[in-house]
Design a protein around this ligand. Structure first.
Ligand code: FAD
Length: 402
């Protein structure tokens, strides 16, 4: 005979555990199901093993969605301060690293243990590892056919996340269920992901692999003109295949295939103006002038890549050439040919269309009792603790509503 529950949560990651704990602590009989053999791998590997569990400045403006208003309700009802209260209750030491990003001092394991304890406080039942083979609607709710027996549940919460990092258990289960119940999707694609370039185009920059510096990056234009796209000031990292680092991960979520990105490698100065003004006084070689402002290896590599002789004397170069170099350093415009894909993406953009869900409860408008939370939904945070905050907030919204 099928086991009966008020709530079956599929996916015991960040959002799923939060939701199960909240519903369980409200007296609902909850079962939490996951196909992985190891619990919450994404939390474990997050933030370099220290879990950037929230961002104290998180607000709706830090999220991408076809409907930017959708996330407001859940985010305002479960805030970073609410999650911090929980973290403090479990005496987990934490610190702020950069722009409101909060990390555990010791280990991401502490967040997993905290969520497990919260589930235990709600008397949550576990089915793990267990594979949900089919999910069907019945007169009283749903019937889940799993490889470890059938489950009947009045409500089902889909918390199976996105497609990023398939090797630790990511699947398209949530999207398949959405389609099964006739819900619209926003096309998923990798986000917070390194960008790649055509091999021949990238060849001159390969020697720069490993160099990192703070830049301005935008999907629009920079300097003097208003940026037409998103804009971030963060660290950029040159790699053998392209560009990475927080600046690129951030902009990748906004980048559309075929579009260029523009990078200002020296956002605090107008390079063309400084070079032209320096002509009279600077007797130095161009390479040495640029190396005053950028790491020497980068200065040399960029001059070569952009076709400038390292040993040319600044005073001998026409202004038009110096303006061209200024443009290359202040507004380096380059078109990625793609990204490193789901293998390296921290998150998946897109997912279940928010038009299909209630922003108060996360329940599907046309399928009473079926909820979608976390990364499965078309709400994607910036880099910096925002994605976990969405997982906690959307999990809590559903957990309190069921
Ligand atoms: P997940 O946490 O991915 O959980 C989904 C769960 O569903 C998993 O346990 C999975 O095993 C299970 N599942 C999947 N398919 C099935 C199925 N068919 N049947 C049963 N179970 C299934 N965000 C931050 O805010 N801060 C960070 O520091 C951070 N670091 C990151 C580092 C890396 C390397 C990566 C990849 C992501 C990082 N993120 C970070 C993003 C963050 O991990 C996710 O946004 C968040 O985990 C999403 O929560 P979720 O509960 O929706 O999905």
């Amino acid at each position: 005979m099928a086991k009966q529950f008020d709530v079956a949560v599929i996916g015991a990651g960040a959002a799923g555990m939060m939701c199960a704990a909240a519903a369980g602590q409200r007296g609902r009989k909850v079962v939490l199901i996951d196909h992985a053999s190891k619990l919450a791998e994404k939390i474990r590997i997050s933030g370099g093993g220290r879990c950037n569990f929230t961002n104290i400045n998180a607000g709706p403006a830090n999220f991408l969605s076809e409907n930017p208003h959708f996330a407001k309700s859940a985010l305002s009802r479960y805030t970073p301060q609410d999650f911090l209260t929980l973290v403090r209750k479990y005496r987990i030491a934490y610190h702020e690293k950069h722009r409101g990003q909060l990390f555990c001092d010791d280990s991401a394991e502490q967040i997993i243990e905290m969520l497990k304890a919260e589930c235990a406080a709600g008397d949550v039942h576990w089915r793990m590892p267990a594979k949900v083979e089919t999910l069907d609607q019945t007169d009283t709710g749903f019937l889940l056919h799993t490889d470890s027996g059938d489950i009947e549940a009045a409500n089902v919460v889909i918390a199976t996340g996105g497609l990023s990092i398939p090797k630790i258990g990511a699947t398209d289960f949530g999207y398949r269920i959405a389609k099964q119940f006739g819900l619209q999707m926003v096309e998923p694609r990798p986000a917070l992901v390194p960008l790649t370039f055509d091999e021949a185009q990238w060849q001159p920059f390969v020697p720069l692999a490993g160099i990192s510096l703070e830049v301005d990056v935008t999907t629009g234009t920079l300097k003097g003109r208003k940026a037409t796209g998103a804009r971030f000031r963060e660290d950029l990292l040159f790699t053998h295949r392209g560009l990475s680092g927080p600046a690129i991960l951030q902009i990748s979520s906004f980048w559309q295939p075929g579009e260029p990105i523009t990078i200002d490698l020296l956002p605090e100065m107008d390079v063309a103006q400084a070079l032209i003004e320096g002509k009279g006084t600077q007797k130095k070689q161009l390479g040495n002038v640029i190396a005053q402002w950028l790491p020497a290896r980068l200065a040399e590599g960029l001059l070569t890549a952009h076709g400038f002789a390292h040993d040319a004397r600044l005073a001998d170069l026409p202004d038009a050439q110096l303006r061209k170099l200024g443009q290359a350093l202040n507004a380096w415009t380059i078109t990625p040919n793609g990204s490193e894909g789901y293998r390296k993406a921290e998150v998946t953009r897109g997912g279940v269309d928010t038009k299909e869900l209630s922003q108060q409860t996360m329940m599907a408008n046309k399928v009473p009792g079926l909820y979608f939370i976390g990364e499965t939904v078309d709400v994607t945070g910036w880099l910096g603790g925002y994605n976990f905050q969405w997982a906690w907030a959307s999990g809590m919204a559903a957990g309190l509503a069921i």
